[in-house]
Ligand binder design. Structure first.
Ligand code: ADP
Length: 419
């Protein structure tokens, strides 16, 4: 099945057009600066030249229209007719407590995503705009939602409840949700496959380390804890996010610096993390460069970053009563030899022994631990778009089967109607 995968942000849309039959990425690209007169569409068709189009793209509906047009373009496209787009898969950030799996988008599902806007005010609205734009431009084509939070919905209450008055959980759904679920799910499954083991027998810790970063404890294939919480702000130090800190700092800093709510929010989300500590950059490559030149604050940022990951690994091994596999993924997890080395340093007591040569610039899916290491350390490049495409194809094919069976039974028409 050919699936258009969309990741709609507030001013950007990332897309991939995937043939799920052979997991082939036929085209991928991005629309940036939506809402501005100088919006940019970058399009990379498979085995063809990359193109860049600059123009006015005022909203998500127009952006999606452009994406479809470029997929159809005689010179740069990969399809001849719109009908070759058989389904659309959306990355949706927040499914709240409602969605523990990927779903076909119906009117009720769309309403439930809207109901969760309060939990993700920056993320769910553009996701909804993307869904509505596809309804306009691809009427009748099935759409599915794959949630960032879904994989973590099986966490036990002691992992997802905060120590605040319980009434606030009931009233406002304030609890830990966790994010990056699609990535944690994918790499943990791949880890079991690569090791030739049944995931139900493994205790896995996955470290998704990108601009946003989180660690997950996956026991027998179930996410039992993860470092991000009510929002993606909790947990590890990130590119620009603060991660764990004493909550008393919120009112203390606001008082001292006379900050408004939104200014404090920006301080914790945009001006902290690697950037805030180093004063140099939110980008790990630049932090590592600065460290090599003896920049002390870059060194502090790197040390906090790696120390926290180490602490979470210890905590999650304790939470699961052991550890069999540690997976590194995300831009930093996949590519930084230094970060992996520092995280795994002095972890032999836990059974983690990184092999220095295997850890040096590994490519693709790779084992990084030495033969004697009790814990297998793996590098697994994440592929969230492929998961979204595969989930979408599976759901839509099942749904079509259901319609066909119903049609047969009732001797009815086989026509399939989607929203
Ligand atoms: P996002 O969370 O935005 O998807 P990525 O997963 O692409 O981000 O990760 C981006 C991060 O990966 C940046 O901090 C970048 O510096 C880091 N990174 C990429 N390549 C390397 C490398 N070779 N060494 C260290 N860090 C790297």
């Amino acid at each position: 099945m050919k699936v258009l995968v969309l990741n709609c942000g507030s001013s950007s849309i990332k897309y991939q057009f995937i043939d799920t039959k052979n997991k082939d990425v036929l085209a991928k690209g991005m629309v940036e600066r939506i809402g501005m007169s100088s919006a940019v569409l970058t399009h990379q068709p498979k085995e063809k030249e990359k193109i860049k189009i600059v123009g006015e793209i005022l909203d998500h509906t127009i952006a999606i229209e452009y994406v479809i047009a470029v997929l159809l373009s005689p010179n740069h496209g990969v399809i001849k007719d719109k009908s070759e787009i058989e389904a659309v898969g959306h990355r949706v950030v927040h499914g709240g407590e409602t969605f523990s799996d990927s779903v076909l988008i119906t009117d009720q599902v769309l309403q439930a995503i809207k109901d969760n806007i309060e939990l993700a005010p920056l993320h769910n609205p553009p996701n909804i705009k993307g869904i509505q734009a596809c309804k306009t431009h691809l009427p009748g084509i099935p759409q599915c939602a794959v949630f960032d939070t879904a994989f973590h919905t099986k966490m036990p209450p002691h992992a997802y409840l905060y120590g605040i008055p319980y009434a606030l959980y009931k009233k406002y759904k304030i609890r830990r949700y966790g994010f990056h679920g699609t990535s944690h799910r994918y790499v943990s499954k791949r880890a079991a496959q690569l090791l030739g083991k049944d995931i139900s027998q493994l205790k896995i810790i996955t470290a998704h380390l990108g601009n946003g970063a989180s660690v997950a404890a996956i026991n027998k294939g179930v996410s039992v804890d993860t470092s991000m919480g009510f929002t993606p702000l909790e947990g590890l130090l990130m590119g620009t996010r603060v991660g764990d800190m004493d909550p008393a700092l919120v009112t203390y800093i606001m008082g001292k610096e006379e900050l408004s709510l939104s200014e404090m929010n920006a301080l914790m989300n945009k001006h902290s993390g690697l950037l805030g500590v180093s004063g140099e950059s939110s980008d790990m490559r630049e932090i590592e460069e600065a460290m090599k030149e003896g920049n002390k604050r870059a060194q502090y940022a790197f040390d906090i970053f790696t120390y926290r990951i180490k602490k979470y690994i210890g905590a999650y091994a304790a939470a699961m009563g052991g550890l069999d596999v540690l997976v590194f993924t995300g831009g930093i997890g996949e590519n930084s030899t230094l970060v992996r080395q520092k995280v795994c340093e002095n972890m032999e007591f836990l059974g983690i022994e990184l092999h220095p040569r295997l850890n040096e610039n590994p490519q693709g899916e790779a084992e990084l631990s030495s033969v004697s290491s009790k814990v297998k350390v793996l590098r697994i490049p994440t592929n969230e778009e492929m998961v979204i495409a595969m989930d979408t194809a599976e759901i839509v094919e099942k749904q079509m089967q259901k319609f066909q069976n119903a049609g047969k039974n009732e001797d009815d028409s086989n026509e399939i109607k989607f929203n």
